[in-house]
Design a protein around this ligand. Structure first.
Ligand code: CDP
Length: 233
């Protein structure tokens, strides 16, 4: 019964690799529609940060799958909306909104995300974000695994060069100067790990609309998504 009522709530899934623009586009679309938003990557980043703080050995990560799954199950996190439209992320009473955004945490997140028990532990938590009037879900497997019944699935792409440049600009805004070649290398490594993992790899759902954001402005991509929303919801 619970499942059936949840399934009546509309979902738009926005998947894609690092730097493809998922986060910004999802936020704008959710704001425009007045819908809720799930940043699923933040959950994987939180597991990674909690694991680092607990001293999990990332050099032998496969051997740590049980402790990682426990960390994922017990994640004590609150997403607190702020007046400026952003979200404060509080884990164990600590504001980790900034800490989880580092490149280091992104790489660690992609390592924990390759562990099947971690994904299983986070599945239900992600589905709980499906609340009225609707949900925009941002991630890698939103359309393929978490919300396969979504009526609108979007997959964003862009070349590693462009995604690296975007990531560099993002970091610059937070006062961090990063090396472009290094960022592109990190992105390519993360793409390879996300696309080649056995469980929930990064692939577009068969029924996804694919948008190459390389030459488009944020506004243009948001418009394409909203036009597609009008056709299905
Ligand atoms: O912002 P960015 O695209 O760099 O990363 P993110 O969306 O915050 O995700 C960080 C990492 O979590 C990714 O590299 C994936 O390995 C993993 N992830 C995942 O496996 N499944 C999701 N639904 C979301 C993120």
């Amino acid at each position: 019964m619970e499942q059936a009522s949840k399934n009546g709530i509309p979902v738009i899934t926005i998947d894609g690799p690092a730097g493809s623009g998922k986060g910004t586009i999802s936020q704008r679309v959710a704001e425009t529609l007045g819908w809720n938003m799930l940043d699923s990557g933040a959950l994987y980043r939180l597991v990674a940060l909690a694991a680092q703080r607990k001293g999990v050995n990332f050099n032998q990560i496969d051997a740590e799958e049980k402790s990682l799954a426990n960390i994922a199950e017990q994640l004590n996190v609150v997403f607190k909306p702020c007046a400026n439209g952003g979200v404060e992320i509080i884990m164990d009473n600590d504001d980790v909104s900034q800490a989880i955004r580092s490149e280091d945490c992104g790489c660690a997140a992609s390592q924990v995300a390759a562990q099947k028990p971690v994904r299983a532990a986070l599945l239900e938590r992600q589905r709980q974000f499906r609340e009225a009037p609707g949900l925009v879900a941002d991630g890698r497997d939103m359309g393929t695994v978490v919300f396969p019944d979504a009526k609108l699935k979007v997959f964003l792409t862009a070349s590693p060069q462009i995604r690296g440049e975007r990531r560099r600009n993002q970091l610059k805004e937070s006062g961090i100067d990063a090396n472009l070649a290094g960022l592109i290398k990190d992105i390519e490594e993360r793409d390879a790990r996300d696309m080649n993992r056995k469980d929930a790899p990064l692939v577009p759902a068969d029924d996804a609309i694919i948008i190459d954001t390389g030459k488009l402005s944020i506004e243009e991509v948001v418009k394409q998504v909203l036009d597609a929303v009008k056709k299905v919801y």
